[in-house]
Design a protein around this ligand. Structure first.
Ligand SMILES: Nc1nc2c(ncn2[C@@H]2O[C@H](COP(=O)(O)OP(=O)(O)OP(=O)(O)O)[C@@H](O)[C@H]2O)c(=O)[nH]1
Ligand SMILES: [Mg+2]
Length: 466
């Protein structure tokens, strides 16, 4: 159900919808399910619409027609005034049987300015989404946890506020008539409400991220190491996480199935934690991305970062996604885009879904990865179980260096040797275990220096490094 500004003001409810026709803009934020909606898509120039269209498809929305105008976007209305008017007329005059008959959404193929959003909405009288609003609606539809809902809501309110400010601005300068009859004062009241809600949501978010940071500290104090799993949306992060940790997470052939960070243990080694997180996408405004900063940092502040890249994409798409991934990671993980930190040490690129690729295709993709300064990537397929063991070994080697062989001495007195053995299992990943004739145990394991030192120190001479 759509709400008018007045009913919003009356309810002071959390969801509001600034309606077209009331002198406002239809932003359609109240709905979370957009399945079955029908839209027209406006495009300028010769932009590639593949990703936009798959975002739309993910939400179950059908693009009935793509309307194209050559040339650069118009600053005021994205389309030129005349063309916009033509579309508006067509929409107004549609009768039964018209292909546009049940269209209730106009999509703009760009991150539009508030001014453009308002202009298209005013002209068409139909709900309008640009790329950011499309993503926000998608996030809203996929947000299941409290944390994800909070983040998405913050991002949405921030974005709405820019439109509300634009409306207030136009009303003040006399460019538009009063807003739902209420004028600037009514608008200011709405903006004030948005601000209030943002403040309280941010408090909740800060509390949550403090708790998260504390959990992270505890984990690392207990000797655990974390491997973050990052990458473009739909790269196969959750599938990999699920395979390696056995922990249930949502895997779907949808963009942005995952919106929060889930931490699980590497099945083969309890000391190694894996963190699955939200994917990246090109060209999201910083304000929107900032809402997800806390979640991302949960995965990106790690001992090692895996960057997963979908190897089934075309070379151009592959290049674009790895470039976007690197940009995000550099900005958010290294803190500085021009940072010259040797990130090969901590960051490993991994090609996913490689089962159907030829050797040549793989080599081409690997060359692109290398051109971004990463080491030669390993290829994996979670579906066909290709390359997983090798990747796991490589991860462990990155984390712990080479495997070490340690000797556990057998003794009739004191602690049972099985106790020491279980300590070793706890502290690292055992890859080989042999009993000597004198019943001593030779154990080869991946283990970090710190944990190893602790084991040796606490063993009263029963554990030795060979
Ligand atoms: N062919 C093939 N498809 C895979 C493989 N691994 C994952 N997929 C598919 O890729 C799609 C996306 O997988 P997810 O694991 O949800 O990807 P994600 O990176 O977590 O995606 P978001 O959370 O949406 O950003 C799903 O349809 C998976 O079945 C693989 O090894 N081979
Ligand atoms: Mg996922």
């Amino acid at each position: 159900m759509r709400m008018t500004l007045r009913s919003y003001m009356a309810q002071q409810g959390p969801d509001f919808n600034v309606l077209a026709g009331a002198g406002g803009v239809a932003l359609g934020e109240a709905r979370t399910n957009h399945e079955g909606r029908r839209a027209i898509l406006l495009i300028r120039g010769n932009e590639d619409t593949t990703e936009f269209e798959s975002l739309v498809k993910t939400m179950g929305i059908t693009i009935v027609e793509t309307v194209f105008q050559p040339g650069q976007p118009d600053v005021k209305g994205y389309f030129g005034i005349g063309r916009l008017q033509d579309i508006a007329d067509e929409l107004r005059l549609r009768v039964a049987g018209h292909p546009w008959q049940d269209i209730d959404l106009v999509l703009i193929h760009t991150n539009a300015t508030p001014r453009q959003l308002v202009a298209v909405s005013d002209a068409t009288n139909v709900e309008v989404w640009d790329r950011v609003r499309l993503l926000l609606s998608l996030f809203t539809a996929h947000a299941n946890s409290l944390e994800a809902r909070t983040q998405v809501r913050i991002a949405r309110l921030q974005s709405d506020r820019t439109v509300l400010r634009e409306l207030a601005n136009q009303t003040t300068t006399g460019e538009r008539a009063g807003y739902g009859g209420g004028g600037v004062t009514a608008l200011q009241a709405v903006i004030a409400n948005v601000n209030r809600e943002l403040t309280s949501l941010r408090k909740r978010q800060i509390k949550h991220s403090k708790a998260q940071a504390e959990r992270r500290r505890q984990r690392s104090r207990s000797g655990a190491v974390t491997v973050g799993i990052a990458g473009y949306t739909n790269a196969g992060k959750s599938s990999f996480f699920l395979k390696m940790s056995g922990k249930e997470v949502l895997v779907e052939d949808k963009l942005f199935s995952t919106l929060e960070t889930t931490v699980g243990r590497l099945a083969a080694s309890p000391r190694v934690l894996l963190a699955d997180t939200i994917g990246f996408i090109d060209n999201l405004p910083n304000a929107t991305l900032d809402a997800f900063r806390a979640t991302l940092s949960e995965a990106l502040e790690c001992d090692m970062l895996l960057l997963l890249v979908d190897a089934t994409d075309s070379l151009v798409e592959f290049d674009r996604k790895i470039s976007a991934t690197q940009r995000e990671v550099n900005a958010r993980y290294l803190g500085d885009e021009t940072s010259s930190i040797d990130f090969n040490r901590k960051i490993m690129c991994v090609l996913t879904k490689v089962e159907s690729l030829t050797v040549e295709q793989l080599a081409q993709k690997a060359a692109i990865v290398e051109s971004y300064g990463y080491a030669t990537p390993l290829g994996i397929s979670v579906h066909q179980e290709i390359g997983l063991a090798k990747l796991q070994d490589s991860m462990l080697e990155h984390l712990f260096g080479h495997p070490v062989t340690i000797k556990l001495s057998w003794s009739d007195t004191g602690r049972n040797i099985a106790g020491y053995l279980s300590d070793v299992y706890q502290a690292g990943m055992v890859i080989d275990k042999r009993e000597q004739e004198n019943r001593d145990l030779l154990v080869t394991a991946w283990i970090n220096q710190q944990s190893l030192a602790r084991l040796v120190n606490n063993s009263g001479g029963r554990i030795e490094v060979k």
